[in-house]
Every structure is written in C-alpha cells, then in structure tokens.
Design a protein around this ligand. Structure first.
Ligand SMILES: Nc1ncnc2c1ncn2[C@@H]1O[C@H](COP(=O)(O)OP(=O)(O)O)[C@@H](O)[C@H]1O
Ligand SMILES: [Mg+2]
Length: 519
C-alpha cells in the first residue's frame, strides 16, 4: 500500500486517486491511500467541487459544436486568468452528453513546454494511437502503423514522421533523404491530414490547453489546422492566459470566450457547496462572494480549514472565529505563499525541491535530490512502495507527482532563493545523468533546461547543442533546440514578476541558438 501524508497531498497530488484513510480518532490529519486510478488535477481534496455557473459559455460551446458537427469546422478560444476555470469548463463540456458520438482528443502544453518541439502534438498522437507510457518500441510501432493503416492505407506516408516524433528509429531511405525543412513540412502536414481525415470518420473535438506555453511547432500545427477547418467536422477548443497572442481574430469560424471571475451568485453557490449552509457562515461568505476566482475560493477555504478557522467536514463547516478578524490575502498567489510557509520545514523543503524539478515530478528524481533519508521522505510527506498488484504494478518506479495547479508550482518555485534554485537545478542534472544513464537521449531537453538554470556552463552548452541537433535532425524543427532561451516559459514570482533563472546564462550559449533565431 502506498501512503501520502495529509500535509503534502493538497499541494502535490499524484496522478492517482487518493482516498482518505481512517486511522481512528485523535490521530490528527488523515493520511491518504493511493488507489491507483489516474485522474486530472482539477479537484479539491481529490474530489471536484460541484460545477457552478458558466451557462452562457456552455451554450456558446454547444452552438459551435453543432456547427462543427454539420461540417463547418470551428475554433473556440477560452481566455482567462489562471484559476478562473478554463480547464474546468472544457472538462465539463467534454464530459457531458453534448459530445456523445464525438471523439475527444486532448493535448496540454506545460510550463517550459515552449522549449520542447511538438510536445502537445506528441501527446495528441499518443492519445490517438492509444500509446501508454510503458509501451516499448515494438508496441508503439505496431500501434502507430495499425491505427494509421486502419484509418486509411494512404497514410503509410505518415508512419516515418510519426515514429520519429515518438523518438523511434526509422529505417526509411526516402525519409532519411529529406532535409530538415522537408521533414518539418512532412511532419506538420501528416499531423494535420491525420486529424482532418479522422474527422471524416467521426466528428472530432480537439482540445489544446495552455497555449501560452506552446512550442513553435505545435503552434504551426495549430495554425495549419485552423486554416484547414473549413468543412471538417472538427471543433478546435483551446485555452490560454490573456498574454497569449494569436492571429485568428479575423476568421469567421472563430469565437472567443472571455472567462471572467464567477458572478456573485455562482460564487455563492460554490461556497455553499464547499462550506455548507450553516447560518454562522454567512459573514464569511459575504466576505468571499465578490472574489469569484474559483481557485482562489477553493484555496481560501482550504487555508481556513488548515488554520482551524473552520472546523468540521467538507460541505459542513463551522466557523470558530469572528470573521471580522480574518485576514484574506489579496491574491491567490499570496494565499498560496502563506500556506506554503505554514508547512513543516521538511514538507516545505520537499515541496520546494519538487518545484525545481517541474510541475510534474517523477518520484525517483525527487528521491534522488531531496536529501531526505527514505525514512524522512516517508514520515515527512510521501511514502512510495510498489503499489499492490491490484493497482498499477507497471507504473513503479515512475510514479509521478503533479502540482495541483500551475500556480501552486509557480508560487513554490518563486519562493526559493536564487542561489538555492541554482544549486538544486545543478543537482538535478547529476541525478538525471545517474538515473537515466542508459537512455540519456530521452532526457536531453530536461537536462538542457536544468543545466542552464543550474549555471553548469559546459553541460548547458553540451545538452543544448544535443537538443538542438535532435530537434533539427529528427523532425526538422527550425531553430527549436531543446531550450532556445533561458527565459522561455520562465515561471513568475508571487507578485507576477518574472523569476530570474540566475545570472550568467541569461544569454544562452550561441551554440544553442545556432540552428536559428529564438522566437
Ligand atoms: N465553474 C466552476 N465551478 C466549480 N469549480 C470550478 C469552476 N471553475 C473552476 N473550478 C475549480 O477551480 C479550480 C481552478 O480551475 P481551473 O479550470 O484549473 O482554472 P484554469 O484552467 O483557468 O487555471 C479547479 O479546482 C476547478 O475545479
Ligand atoms: Mg488550466
């Protein structure tokens, strides 16, 4: 059995279901049992809060879906601040009966994703072909070939491009003969045609999340798809933060949904669901109802529970203090920073170390750099033994934690001193080199990223060059080495200001940019 402590669980949830354990009265916070199912990180305490409001937005989506279904491809962009509910809206819509009969494929961009060519496109391809993380090369090859040929034998031309995308060796003279630009064209074209062709078999909803972190190649794929939407039965559903720029404004089949904070009415409903309806809660609700960012509301409630201002069970809380005395931090970032500060030194350190690894954190890597003896890791926050055979025996030792929300990750990372960050990034390079010494090729982008931020100049140059070569040779990404700019996808500090990756390497080595200009 695998157990996760109560303190760390809210920040760092595994991509698995966590079930509170009954350990008897008086034992303080309850630990969680890992039950093995993969789940998305949208919920609070492992369960999603009741969905509220957003009726108009769902109506817009429904209308656009209907248009797409009748052969007028549509693009909908959902724009909003972090935590406002972009992902949740898409989740609700794509898990509703509206999409019965539709194939839904999704791809997420991730922080630092700008630096790895085609990352979301690769996810999409894997989802389409049913490729699991643990599939070996043979299985991947069979799945890709089988899926493509079943769709349309004409898609044989796409096999080398897709296998290359998936990092498999390709023995095809015609493909080998293509120059980088030719491969890039072929890859983008193959992906686009695949999706359009599939939409002729069954209507397709394509979800691309967090475009503000998207890499240049996936952007090119998206732009290509947008131009080809015309008569496809395809709804392209994307979301992004307000800073993201695109060129779709003039398309007649494009709609933007600007997601604002919840209305006071919807926020009230959300608070009722989170807190319950005891009359003593009314002043607190009054205080919060104007602050309609749902992530803010969830995190506020969690803070109040952690600080024992609220006691009881979820949905049935009771205030212990006069709300007039409660200080509500002005932003969700400030709230998260305060919560992190209240963790025990060990839990806090673990969380900070995890944040340097990234938003998704392989357990083995965390273990290698956490400087905590196994015992402490276990006692302090996480225990990881192979899950019992009834869960997912195949996933050990690659169990992965994920920060609950990108903001949680950003704030944790932003709270670390620069020198400490640099040191941790450097240690991560060592750890990856040791852990993955047999398959370093798969880790190049990650290594380059950490070497740059760890200010390991020689290694940074080396891995950046390798990443650049890999991207250029493999799929002809022009000037898209693993890490083009030290600043790309850089996380932001608590107050929203950029967090600097450290002196010395702001200007990445020329070798890295040799393949082309940084975007
Ligand atoms: N309309 C809603 N009703 C209930 N909970 C919501 C709603 N919108 C968002 N949430 C919750 O708020 C949190 C943040 O939402 P999320 O979709 O991740 O934000 P974003 O993608 O905009 O950063 C999640 O836990 C989510 O479940
Ligand atoms: Mg989101």
């Amino acid at each position: 059995m695998t157990v996760v402590s109560a303190a760390a669980a809210p920040f760092l949830e595994r991509r698995f279901e966590l079930v509170p354990m009954d350990v008897g009265a008086g034992s303080g916070d309850r630990p969680y049992r890992l039950t093995g199912q993969e789940r998305r990180d949208l919920g609070l305490w492992g369960a999603m809060t009741q969905f509220v409001g957003r009726h108009d937005e769902i109506e817009v989506l429904r209308g656009r879906l209907a248009a797409a279904g009748s052969g007028h491809g549509q693009l909908v962009g959902i724009v909003g601040e972090p935590g406002v509910g972009k992902s949740r809206l898409i989740w609700e819509f794509t898990h509703s009966s509206h999409v019965d009969g539709w194939l839904v494929l999704r791809a997420d961009a991730v922080p630092y994703g700008k630096t790895t060519a085609y990352l979301p496109a690769i996810d999409l391809l894997k989802a389409y072909c049913g490729i699991a993380d643990r599939d070996d090369q043979r299985a991947i090859r069979e799945k890709v070939t089988g899926k493509l040929l079943a769709l349309d034998p004409a898609f044989e031309f796409a096999v080398p491009a897709f296998l290359t995308l998936l990092d498999l060796p390709v023995d095809d003279p015609a493909w080998q003969a293509l120059d980088p630009a030719g491969r890039r064209r072929r890859t983008l074209d193959a992906l686009k045609r695949l999706l359009i062709r599939e939409s002729q078999v069954q209507p397709l909803v394509l979800v691309f999340e967090d475009l503000h972190w998207i890499d240049g190649e996936t952007q090119a794929l998206l732009d290509g798809l947008v131009d080809a939407l015309g008569s496809a039965r395809l709804l392209l559903l994307v979301n992004y933060r307000p800073e993201y720029q695109h060129t779709w404004g003039s398309k007649t089949y494009y709609a933007q949904i600007r997601l604002e904070a919840l209305s006071a009415e919807s926020a009230g409903e959300l608070l009722d669901a989170l807190l319950g309806r005891r009359s003593g809660l009314a002043p607190l609700k009054q205080l919060l109802v104007e602050r309609g960012n749902p992530f803010f509301l969830e995190e506020t409630v969690r803070t109040l529970v952690e600080t024992k201002v609220l006691v009881g069970e979820r949905g049935r809380y009771r205030p212990t203090h006069d709300v007039q005395a409660i200080q509500i931090p002005p932003t969700v970032q400030a709230m998260l920073a305060a919560r992190i500060d209240r963790l025990s030194p060990e839990d806090k350190r673990l969380l900070q170390v995890a944040s340097v690894v990234g938003k998704d954190v392989p357990f083995a890597l965390l273990q290698a750099i956490a400087e905590l003896p196994d015992e402490a890791l276990r006692a302090g926050s996480t225990t990881c033994r192979p899950p019992s055979s009834s869960t997912r025996p195949d996933c050990y030792p690659d169990l992965e934690y994920a920060f609950k929300h990108a903001l949680t990750h950003e704030v944790t990372y932003g709270g670390l001193l620069q020198e400490r960050r640099r040191e941790l990034h450097a240690r991560i390079v060592d750890a990856i080199e040791t852990l993955h010494r047999d398959r370093l090729g798969e880790q190049i982008e990650r290594l380059a990223h950490h070497a740059v931020r760890g200010e390991l100049r020689e290694k940074a140059v080396h891995y950046l060059r390798q990443a650049g070569l890999k991207a250029t040779r493999a799929v002809g990404a022009p000037g898209r080495p693993g890490l083009v700019r030290a600043g790309a996808g850089r996380p932001r500090g608590a107050a929203g200001e950029p967090v600097h990756a450290g002196a010395g390497l702001r200007d990445p080595p020329r070798a890295a940019a040799g393949a082309g200009p940084a975007r």
